[in-house]
Ligand binder design. Structure first.
Ligand SMILES: NC(=O)c1ccc[n+]([C@@H]2O[C@H](COP(=O)([O-])OP(=O)(O)OC[C@H]3O[C@@H](n4cnc5c(N)ncnc54)[C@H](O)[C@@H]3O)[C@@H](O)[C@H]2O)c1
Length: 247
């Protein structure tokens, strides 16, 4: 079958692949049009869907450098090389006033959403640069671009992801490796289960399209950004917000 995406020959490590957007990326990679071999990584405690064709599974905790190094080594061994890494590991935390958010909660949100992205980046980028090819995608959020009330640590972490991506993109710009961010608004995944019905209704009102995104829609955009065709865009933020993002 023709492979218009170029993904069939892309060896990809998907982190946070047991749920939500990462699950959708893994499913898309496993689909007939891609047919790729890939590594799906998530916490040892993750609840996985049924195994998909071409999938190898490894444990990872992005907050732990030794766990990340071990997962990246296992992925390299399973796939022979790593062409693309999609980092969907993330936590939202409680939606609450900033005065109620403890320092521990704030730091945990930074650890998973931001420091984890840094730890993963430094584990994969040098080898990609040495091979002269690579695609790294991190998940930011509209919360990181515009701020979301009640999500202080999460917004701060996701804004940090944008700075991280832009700095790394420039550092690696002449190596054949691109580093980009996806900034979803609200996507129907278990991540937003922590929101009350009222909070969900408020979020929906902010979206000109009048609905939340689907994990599959996020995966389709990510599939393009990690494809060989996406060769002249680095340090960019791809919105996925149903028209909500204003810049
Ligand atoms: N769903 C949304 O509305 C939305 C909006 C904006 C941004 N995002 C971002 O997209 C990404 C994916 O979110 P989702 O909606 O699919 O959430 P999800 O909760 O469905 O999936 C997140 C995955 O990350 C994994 N994870 C959590 N902590 C981890 C760690 N320390 N190490 C490794 N894996 C870990 C979880 O086990 C889970 O499988 C996240 O970064 C999230 O912040 C989601």
């Amino acid at each position: 079958m023709a492979d218009p995406t170029g993904l069939a020959d892309t060896r990809c490590l998907v982190v946070g692949a047991a749920s939500g957007i990462g699950d959708a990326v893994a499913t898309l990679l496993a689909g007939a049009s891609a047919g790729a071999e890939f590594v799906a990584a998530d916490l040892p405690t993750a609840r996985w869907p049924d195994p998909r064709p071409g999938e190898h599974r490894v444990d990872i905790d992005v907050t732990d450098p030794s766990s990340v190094d071990a997962a990246v080594a296992a992925a390299g061994e399973a796939l022979g090389r790593i062409d693309a890494v999609v980092n969907c590991a993330g936590v939202l935390g409680r939606v609450q006033p900033s005065s109620h958010e403890t320092v521990q909660e704030f730091e945990r949100l930074l650890a998973v959403n931001l420091t984890g992205a840094f730890i993963l980046s430094r584990a994969v980028l040098p080898a990609m640069a040495a091979r002269g090819y690579g695609r790294l995608v991190h998940l930011s959020s509209t919360a990181g671009k515009e701020g979301s009330a009640g999500m202080t640590g999460y917004s701060a972490a996701k804004a940090g992801v944008l700075g991280l991506v832009k700095a790394l993109a420039r550092e690696y710009a002449d190596t054949g490796v691109t580093v980009n961010a996806i900034a979803p608004g609200t996507v129907e995944t278990p991540l937003i289960a922590a929101m009350s019905e009222r909070q969900r209704a408020e979020k929906r009102r902010l979206i000109p399209m009048g609905r939340f995104g689907l994990p599959r829609e996020a995966a389709e955009l990510i599939a393009f950004v990690i494809s060989p065709q996406a060769s002249f865009t680095t340090g960019a933020v791809f919105d996925l917000s149903g028209g909500r993002a204003t810049y």
